[in-house]
Design a protein around this ligand. Structure first.
Ligand SMILES: Cc1cc2nc3c(=O)[nH]c(=O)nc-3n(C[C@H](O)[C@H](O)[C@H](O)COP(=O)(O)OP(=O)(O)OC[C@H]3O[C@@H](n4cnc5c(N)ncnc54)[C@H](O)[C@@H]3O)c2cc1C
Length: 323
């Protein structure tokens, strides 16, 4: 819709990853108009091991059996912790982000525009203007850890705590799968985090290392050292046939006790809010859950049950209803 020369929508969502797509899906179910702006066309790659928990399928209201793309089911994991190796019975899944995120976005069936959001300004009389081109009443930041909604509106007042910063490096590539087990190595070579080997269906392998940025930096260590150590280990174990393509690095933030997710009519979701779990740095489930909760808050106002599993309530002072 055009309004005063602006492309206008009740809600604009910056970022079409899991948080943004889940938010759009729920908003459209509730009858709200929304527009997703993403700087990249989809399908797009996202550095991520793609490990998802059963909560993801539950929140999406989809059985894993109904997921139409490659899906790997892990009923046990091989873990090494403090030199001890053991097998943990579990039920976890692995998807490929290039497929999963595109599927989520298509499922949301929301208007989508490729646009790199740079400037955000509160509008006189309420709402927000983006890049002098878009107007919305509610703004949802779902742009990952560099989200401009976080950078422009939240960071000056509620910066993420540096101690919660995670750095991660991974590669996903076609390779012969020599071991179908998912393997995790915790705190090897003093890595303040873990390394992983995640075989996926269709002959795709995801390997990587991730950990807390502050302790790495404090002792002059770099993630690259741990990446090299992982490659050597995988070669030694016969799990890698050739060297993988160059890894991609990314940073994001673990959940603080009381993350700020709402300022006026702007809401933050997913990595933009820094919601990854403190134990494993799992971010897909919190991104989806927070996207749904942000949509619920816009549609219906706050609800106590939104305080589930540590995801904060998007508490509006009164029930704000969209037309
Ligand atoms: C190496 C690595 C491995 C990981 N492994 C796992 C895992 O196995 N399981 C798990 O649960 N979590 C994992 N995570 C975390 C997980 O990837 C994130 O928490 C999750 O992607 C967050 O989703 P999101 O929707 O908030 O953001 P994103 O998926 O990052 O999506 C943000 C979107 O916003 C867009 N965007 C950014 N800036 C702008 C802008 N200025 N204008 C317009 N659009 C913009 C981007 O193009 C992107 O499409 C991993 C992270 C890393 C780095």
């Amino acid at each position: 819709m055009s309004r005063g020369g602006f492309i206008s929508s009740d809600v604009i969502i910056v970022g079409g990853g899991p948080a943004g797509a889940a938010c759009a899906w729920r908003l459209r179910q509730g009858g709200a108009s929304c527009l997703i702006l993403d700087r990249q066309p989809f399908p797009r790659a996202k550095p991520c091991a793609g490990w998802v928990t059963p909560q993801v399928w539950h929140d999406l209201g989809v059985s894993p059996d109904a997921y139409p793309h490659s899906l790997t089911v892990f009923r046990r994991m091989s873990i090494t912790l403090g030199g001890a190796a053991f097998t943990l019975p579990t039920l976890q899944y692995a998807i490929r982000r290039i497929e999963f995120d595109h599927w989520l976005l298509q499922r949301a069936a929301a208007p989508f525009q490729v646009h790199l959001v740079r400037n955000i300004a509160p509008a006189v009389g309420g709402g927000y203007i983006l890049d002098d081109a878009f107007f919305c009443r509610y703004l949802v930041g779902a742009g990952g850890s560099g989200c401009p909604v976080y950078q422009r509106l939240f960071k000056p007042v509620f910066p993420h705590h540096p101690q919660t910063q995670i750095v991660a490096m991974e590669a996903e590539f076609a390779a012969p799968i020599r071991d179908p087990r998912c393997r995790l190595w915790f705190m090897e070579n003093h890595l303040p985090g873990y390394a992983w080997y995640v075989p996926k269906s269709g002959g795709v392998l995801n390997i990587g290392v991730g950990g807390k940025a502050a302790p790495l930096k404090a002792r002059g260590d770099s993630l690259k050292n741990h990446w090299e150590a992982l490659l050597q280990k995988l070669h030694r174990m016969g799990l890698l046939a050739d060297d993988p393509p160059p890894p991609r690095a990314y940073t994001y933030f673990l959940r603080q006790p009381h993350p700020e997710v709402r300022l006026a009519d702007a809401l933050l979701t997913g990595d933009a809010a820094g919601l990854a779990t403190r134990d494993m740095g799992e971010g897909i489930a919190p991104a989806i859950r927070s996207g749904l909760l942000a949509a619920d808050a816009i549609l219906h106002g706050s609800r106590d049950h939104q305080q589930l599993r540590g995801i904060p309530a998007y508490s509006f002072p009164s029930l704000l209803r969209l037309r």
